[in-house]
Design a binder for this molecule. Structure first.
Ligand SMILES: C[S@@+](CC[C@H](N)C(=O)[O-])C[C@H]1O[C@@H](n2cnc3c(N)ncnc32)[C@H](O)[C@@H]1O
Length: 307
């Protein structure tokens, strides 16, 4: 048996989903899709939230590879396995480099350090997501492909002409995906390396309404007031709730705040939210499990009218 991330779609939608996975460069060609209770499980390379892990029996394994995640042309192995890295690169024509993370996500910039296990000695790559492309440097700035579906969810909720603020924008995945449908996006990050890549990604995608900013999110209200936003994205999962007071002056009745956080119990941040946004409507969704006792959640907070 081999475990892999997969898309789970009704059998009749299987071929369309498989084609999408090919277009997105995320189809895992070392495993054959398999059917289960009227659904097709299509193995994919990089986990996105909402995707599940499933077991594939020996007869579905075309080639057995060590566990890894692919971001553009880079594969990141779970284990320090140079031989396995060579094997993965041989099996994945789209990958040029295999890395092993030598640190956890750390520091204010939320970056990791890596060692090259095989292939080109680089941590830079080009990543494609739903028709957009982004330059990534895994040592210079945080990036994860896992929120790709979440970005699509937000895009599908947007109304024409929204003003959007991303307080912790990194290399700009939310601004790049949402920019085309917004009036404008202000995209802030404290890491100069992330902002440089974000500027490049804005240009790569011909966006003229995304404004990158370098700074501490704590100071945004001072700089941006009296501007008010229709949507505020807060993706700093370890500490985002701490920044709710910094977001408050930039919100108005009806603003939607998307607060991403690692939590250990349902409703963990409700008190923090109500303190800053009294009467807000909160919808909490689980994105994925993070450890046996914690998970990655998003709180959609609709700011209430003042009484
Ligand atoms: C988890 S990453 C998310 C990046 C991006 N939103 C994404 O989805 O890839 C959090 C980002 O917040 C930035 N950050 C951390 N503290 C900050 C602060 N006080 N003000 C602004 N940005 C900050 C880090 O540099 C990092 O790029």
């Amino acid at each position: 048996m081999k475990e892999q991330w997969c898309l789970r779609v009704p059998v009749q939608d299987g071929e369309a989903a498989r084609r999408c996975a090919i277009a997105e460069n995320i189809l895992d060609r070392t495993l054959r899709p398999r059917a289960e209770n009227g659904f097709l499980l299509i193995p994919v390379l990089s986990p996105r939230e909402g995707e599940l892990r499933a077991e594939f029996a020996e007869n579905h394994v075309i080639e057995d590879l060590p566990r890894h995640e692919q971001i553009g042309g880079i594969v990141v192995l779970q284990d320090d396995d140079a031989a396995g890295a060579e094997k993965i690169l041989a099996a994945r024509p789209s990958a040029h480099t295999a890395l092993f993370a030598t640190s956890p996500v750390e520091g204010e910039f939320r970056t990791k350090t890596f060692r090259v296990l095989a292939g080109e000695p680089t941590t830079e790559t080009m990543y494609h997501e739903y028709g957009r492309r982004m330059a990534i440097d895994l040592t210079a700035a945080y990036f994860s492909a896992r929120l790709a579906n979440e970005r699509q969810r937000i895009l599908s909720q947007m109304k024409p002409g929204e003003k959007i603020l991303d307080m912790f924008a990194g290399v700009g995945p939310f601004p790049v995906m949402l920019g085309g449908s917004a009036a404008f996006v202000i995209a802030n990050d404290i890491n100069p390396g992330a902002v440089l890549l974000m500027q490049k990604n804005i240009r790569l995608n011909h966006l003229t309404n995304v404004l990158p900013m370098l700074g501490d999110a704590r100071n945004l209200a001072e700089i941006l007031s009296p501007l008010k936003f229709d949507r505020i994205i807060m993706n700093l999962p370890m500490d985002a709730a701490e920044f709710l007071p910094a977001a408050a002056p930039l919100a108005k009745p009806g603003t939607i705040v998307h607060l991403y956080s690692l939590v250990e119990s349902e409703g963990e941040h409700n008190e923090d939210i109500f303190r800053v946004f009294p009467g807000a409507k909160i919808t909490e969704r689980v994105l994925r499990s993070y450890s046996p006792t914690s998970w990655h959640a998003v709180y959609d907070i609709e700011v209430a009218a003042c009484e």
